[in-house]
Design a protein around this ligand. Structure first.
Ligand code: ZN
Length: 266
């Protein structure tokens, strides 16, 4: 029987994603760096805080973040573990509505303000149209998220960023999928005066053949698309019922494309 493995787009086995919160004006400089090196990321925004100074302009959201993902961070950034559940639901849904009116696509990602979450909130999120949510802290791991509603990054950019990056570049075992996930706030580069850190990281990580550069939701969608593939019982063919191409490896041959809506003999 064919040995089939899930791959990232292009048959790759490593993915890099970035995740930045609060939509402060320093996002502009950060995105300029990301774009220069082909790095992709997700920006979690508070729709109710755009008049609080030092933020990006609502009018520039669609253009500034193009090619990256705009995601929720709630309307007003409360510590939601302390709030009534209906209030949390509205903080998420109203944020989605406001952001969707400006981006034109379904906004399905979230990061918890102040890293605050409870089991009840986590369980409510799928019903609010949220597919993943990021917690705070650093795992120092390249493993895929076991629970997307408690998604912890590999590291904050001020925690072993270059060391983790160097380790990630050295990974070569193609029997595994690896993810490096970096999070932070763009204003922290200004506060610590360490823009050179993220510049050096992006320069080191960009343009690599074996890395898929993705937003947070693109990563989740890729994993979900694979689960929807319909394999013959003997793995001799597969049908892709989705609207996006999928990539698999078959008997160690990586990068086999399963086009959207098609059946492929393996
Ligand atoms: Zn925040």
């Amino acid at each position: 029987m064919n040995r089939v493995y899930c791959c990232f787009p292009g048959g790759k086995h490593k993915a890099l994603t970035m995740s930045y919160d609060d939509g402060r004006s320093y996002d502009r400089r950060l995105i300029e760096i990301f774009n220069r090196y082909g790095i992709k990321g997700t920006f979690h925004l508070n729709s109710g805080l755009f008049d609080r100074g030092d933020r990006v302009e609502p009018d520039e959201i669609a253009t500034l973040y193009r090619g990256h993902e705009v995601a929720c961070h709630t309307v007003t950034h409360p510590t939601i573990a302390r709030c009534p559940l209906p209030e949390v639901a509205q903080e998420v849904l109203e944020d989605r509505k406001w952001l969707e009116a400006r981006t034109g696509y379904p906004v399905r990602g979230l990061s918890y303000p102040n890293g605050s979450v409870t089991k009840e909130i986590e369980e409510m999120l799928p019903a609010l149209g949220i597919r993943y949510s990021r917690v705070v802290g650093s795992s120092d791991s390249f493993a895929l998220p076991e629970n997307p509603y408690r998604w912890q990054a590999t590291c904050h950019h001020n925690h072993r960023l270059m060391e983790n990056g160097e380790e990630f570049l050295k990974l070569f075992k193609k029997q595994y999928l690896y993810l490096m996930y970096v999070w932070g706030h763009s204003y922290e580069f200004k506060d610590r005066d360490n823009w050179d850190l993220i510049e050096a990281f992006c320069e080191m990580m960009g343009g690599k053949e074996d890395i898929w550069y993705c937003t947070n939701i693109e990563f989740m969608d890729c994993m979900d698309d694979f689960k929807r593939l319909q394999f013959a019982a003997d793995n001799s063919f597969v049908y892709n019922p989705g609207a996006r191409d999928c990539y698999i490896s078959v008997n160690d041959q990586a990068g086999i494309r399963i086009p959207a809506g098609e059946t492929v003999q393996l």
